[in-house]
Design a protein around this ligand. Structure first.
Ligand SMILES: *Cc1c(COP(=O)(O)O)cnc(C)c1O
Length: 376
């Protein structure tokens, strides 16, 4: 059996061990220590975000973002339907109601048209949405100018789930910095990893202050442990931050490598009819976290499912696109605005191995299997 290829494995070739050893030698294996400050400063500096807090996952960062904005029971929160379930669950944790918005076809992210339609519906129901939670899927920037303008027009706070999009920009401004709050994930499969971890960023110190308070069990400023609100144990540890520092040193290289993967697949596979999602114009810069492709040649008997199986037989992992949230049993009762664009994408799409550690010969091997399958 040939070497296993994963879809997006951790890529650890830098100073990870050195920095981890420093933590262990210092005995600061906790939620305070210089590594946390250094990593926070690095991410804040890179993304040009004035305020930041590090968390133990992207999901917890999102949960904190919603709490910082005061989201609670029965509030409406508008979000993207075409995403990973972690974007929507924190809304449900709070007893709030997710309103699911369909994607447009240019970036596969939230449609501004359906967004506005949903806001008008909420207002008609007599309840202004508490937040818009916009996802930048697979690293591709959403139509952020249009969405920001709508958020402003109706005065609704915007949160950006940039979990998959660290390093992606729109007009050279980092995704995550357009709204009130933005978040990144450092899960093992993301572009850089701390094993598990996340970051919450904002221009407004009050949101981050509140998030820090909630992330550390909501202790009041007293001589003893006094609690008025219910908090969480959501802080990042120094071990994770040490990993993050080493990974951060490689981020620019990893973005280039993931973009190279996209270019390679597009060049090799588009002549056969596979379609790749382009950046709509030069304002959009994607970190190409995952390369995705669409395949809808009905005359050829190879579904995306069968391509996935062909790769699996050769010890190569690929995945179908995210299954839209409005089609999930968990969220089938949620209000949905759209035209089923994401259902079509889900049927036709495949995520290809996209790690920064892929070699040119790995890419050759993968594309050869796909081409052989459709010719069979
Ligand atoms: C990975 C991911 C998250 C959650 O991040 P974790 O660090 O895994 O908790 C949230 N939203 C999206 C879109 C993701 O891809």
């Amino acid at each position: 059996m040939e070497k296993r290829i994963w879809i997006s494995p951790p890529h650890l070739t830098g100073n990870e061990l050195t920095y981890l050893k420093e933590v262990i030698d210092s005995n600061w294996v906790t939620v305070v220590g210089p590594q946390l400050n250094h990593f926070a400063t690095a991410i804040a500096g890179y993304t040009q975000s004035p305020h930041i807090t590090l968390t133990n996952s992207g999901t917890s960062a999102l949960h904190l973002a919603l709490r910082s904005l005061g989201v609670g029971k029965d509030d409406f929160v508008i979000t993207s339907t075409f995403t990973f379930v972690a974007s929507v669950n924190p809304i449900a944790y709070l007893g709030a109601k997710p309103i699911l918005i369909e994607s447009e076809t240019e970036t596969w992210n939230m449609s501004p048209v359906f967004l506005e339609e949903s806001i008008l519906w909420c207002l008609k129901m007599g309840k202004k949405p508490k937040a818009i939670l916009l996802v930048h899927l697979y690293g591709m920037p959403a139509q952020i100018e249009l969405i920001s303008a709508i958020a402003k027009k109706y005065d609704i706070p915007l949160i950006e789930d940039a979990a998959e999009a660290l390093g992606s920009t729109y007009k050279n401004k980092h995704l995550g910095t357009f709204g009130c709050l933005g978040l990144y994930s450092f899960n093992g499969n993301k572009i850089i990893t701390t094993s598990s971890g996340g970051a919450l960023i904002s221009d407004d110190v009050s949101y981050i202050k509140k998030a820090k308070f909630l992330a550390s069990q909501a202790k009041e400023d007293k001589r003893y442990y006094e609690h008025k609100e219910m908090g969480y144990n959501y802080q990042m540890t120094t071990l994770n931050a040490a990993m993050g520092l080493a990974q951060f040193e490689k981020l620019e290289d990893y973005i280039k490598l993931r973009r190279r993967n996209f270019d390679y697949y597009k060049l090799a596979l588009s002549p056969f009819g596979f379609q790749f999602l382009e950046e709509p114009n030069s304002n959009y810069y994607s970190n190409r976290w995952l390369t995705t492709m669409l395949w809808d040649k009905k005359e050829i008997n190879a579904s995306t499912e069968s391509l996935k199986e062909a790769l699996k037989k050769e010890n190569i992992e690929s995945r179908l696109l995210w299954k839209p949230m409005h089609t999930q049993p968990l969220y089938k009762k949620a209000k949905y605005f759209g035209d089923k664009t994401s259902e079509k994408l889900f049927k036709k799409g495949l995520c290809l191995p996209s790690g920064s550690s892929l070699s040119e010969s790995d890419l050759e091997r993968i594309t050869a299997i796909i081409i052989k399958k459709i010719k069979a």
